[in-house]
Design a protein around this ligand. Structure first.
Ligand code: AMP
Ligand code: MG
Length: 492
């Protein structure tokens, strides 16, 4: 393991034309303090995690200094926000500090909250502690759930005041990702008619992130690239829908070209299953409601197709785009069947998925709690527990008969020698611990008082979402009423 000085810095993004970025020096925060760090993330870049406790790290990761091998830059991009094109976007408060190669992979180190850039518009270039902690916990939790996501190395708190609805403290988060290239980068090149730049950006993205495409013979490599982006995006949506994750701000500038969960704002993991749940306080129309996410990804992919028009024939783009619904559906089924302990991809089992989701909505059952208990439904007490918390007992009973029949049809009837095997397999895909908003909120409130221990403990619990962790049983409990559907402010 290495220290900051001897990591392998590469920085390929800088080789792109400088219309895609501006070099910017970070602006430091006062008296930085380390809130939480991720050992798993530091391994990805080959950094000895002990380094993160040293004063030099505090400086580097709070914007108070850089290494002379780094050339921090702010990226230019545009994007569609809530359906409308915004030409003025870019990294307004984050800098790509540098890029590191480790184990044959290149990682971006992006410092969020590092001060203003030419793309800050009216913003102060800062991030507050609560949103930095939320992004840190969520990205590391999603990674532990095996969902594609950007990562986070650490959060730094400070004594610099930052003004939102009230005075708060400025913080930074060091985001680690294989790419910070967004759909919006392609929109910027295309909609400003910089077609050579668009081609260069596609070539760069393919070489770094989709090298397998270079080996395939295809009529049009850019069409193959679009097809791959669509696949990854559809897969990501299937992951979100199957785990009960609402992103909240699926603007095209928040869509990663490599299909990572990207840019964490007012996200939420569902508590009681409500398909129409809107986690973004400012999303009055419900454009980004939980059950809209797959459609919105489709819409965003259509915008990307439009951006690629200078490079790919329209008919090819339309053909590929038309495969989206089917692709999403296949991935979704693949993820949902094992959650239910079913294996066969047939009509009957597909109808069990539908019936289960309808029952969960009708009974207002907690999504994560239900699936975790489902593996044990052969135990009468567990079955009764779920029934008792159902808001519609008849709907629950009716569903239970269907489910029992389905298991029977699948050759794994309840109360047979298959129970244990099914229970173990289901526990590997149905997490016990997720980042519930109220848990994040409690940890944030303690951190705002200077006690970072709750954030660290929550992070530790979320590292092993599928394991039984008896000492942390309370983190798997149903949320208290005050903790359901918390409204999260967007002013992060
Ligand atoms: P987001 O909603 O976080 O995806 O941000 C949308 C755009 O606003 C991006 O271009 C951000 O860089 C920019 N932005 C958000 N917050 C700030 C801030 N405090 N200062 C400057 N720019 C910001
Ligand atoms: Mg964004």
């Amino acid at each position: 393991m290495k220290n900051w000085l001897n990591l392998n810095y590469v920085q390929p993004f800088q080789s792109l034309p400088n219309t895609l970025f501006t070099y910017v020096q970070p602006r430091g925060l006062e008296n930085p303090k380390l809130v939480v760090k991720s050992a798993a993330c530091s391994q990805l870049i080959g950094l000895d995690e002990q380094c993160l406790d040293e004063p030099s790290s505090l400086n580097l990761l709070s914007g108070n200094g850089i290494l002379n091998t780094w050339k921090p830059l702010a990226m230019k991009y545009t994007g569609h926000q809530f359906g409308h094109y915004n030409p003025d976007l870019g990294d307004g408060r984050g800098l790509l500090l540098t890029q590191v190669e480790h184990d044959k992979l290149i990682w971006d180190l992006h410092l969020k909250g590092a001060g203003p850039t030419p793309y800050s518009r009216q913003g102060d270039g800062r991030a507050v502690l609560r949103s930095s902690i939320r992004e840190f916990l969520c990205s590391e939790a999603l990674a532990a759930l095996n969902i594609p996501t950007t990562r986070a190395l650490c959060v730094m708190d400070s004594e610099s005041p930052v003004y939102r609805e009230t005075a708060e403290t400025g913080a930074t988060i060091l985001r680690v990702a294989k790419s910070h290239i967004r759909f919006g980068h392609f929109e910027y090149c295309s909609f400003t008619k910089q077609h050579d730049l668009l081609k260069t950006l596609c070539e760069h993205t393919i070489a770094q992130h989709f090298p397998a495409l270079l080996k395939q013979s295809s009529d049009n490599i850019y069409a193959a690239f679009y097809q791959e982006v669509l696949q990854r995006t559809a897969k990501l949506m299937a992951h979100w829908q199957s785990i009960g994750f609402a992103h909240g701000v699926m603007n095209t500038d928040n869509m990663s070209i490599i299909g990572d969960t990207f840019d964490f704002g007012p996200f939420a993991f569902l508590d009681d299953f409500d398909p129409t749940f809107i986690c973004n306080h400012s999303d009055h129309q419900g454009r980004y409601a939980f059950n809209q996410q797959p459609n919105i990804a489709n819409w965003n992919l259509a915008v990307l197709a439009q951006a690629l028009l200078p490079l790919v024939p329209k008919e090819s783009l339309i053909d590929i785009l038309e495969s989206y619904s089917e692709t999403f559906q296949q991935y979704f089924i693949e993820l949902m069947l094992p959650k239910l302990g079913l294996s066969k991809n047939n009509e009957a089992n597909l109808s069990v998925i539908e019936k289960t989701l309808a029952m969960l909505a009708q009974c207002k059952l907690d999504y994560t709690f239900f699936f975790r208990k489902l593996g044990n439904i052969h135990v009468t007490a567990i079955q009764q527990e779920l029934r008792n918390i159902s808001m519609d007992i008849n709907a629950f009973d009716e569903w239970f008969i269907h489910y029992q029949n389905a298991l029977q049809e699948n050759g794994q009837p309840l109360n047979s020698q298959h129970d244990t095997q099914r229970y173990l397999a289901m526990n590997r895909v149905n997490p016990k611990y997720i980042l519930r908003n109220y848990l994040a909120q409690e940890a944030i409130e303690a951190a705002q008082q200077g006690d970072y221990s709750k954030v660290q403990t929550l992070h530790t619990v979320l590292l092993h979402p599928f394991d039984e962790q008896p000492e942390f049983e309370s983190y798997a409990a149903l949320p208290p009423d005050w903790g359901k559907k918390l409204e999260i402010s967007c002013s992060s």
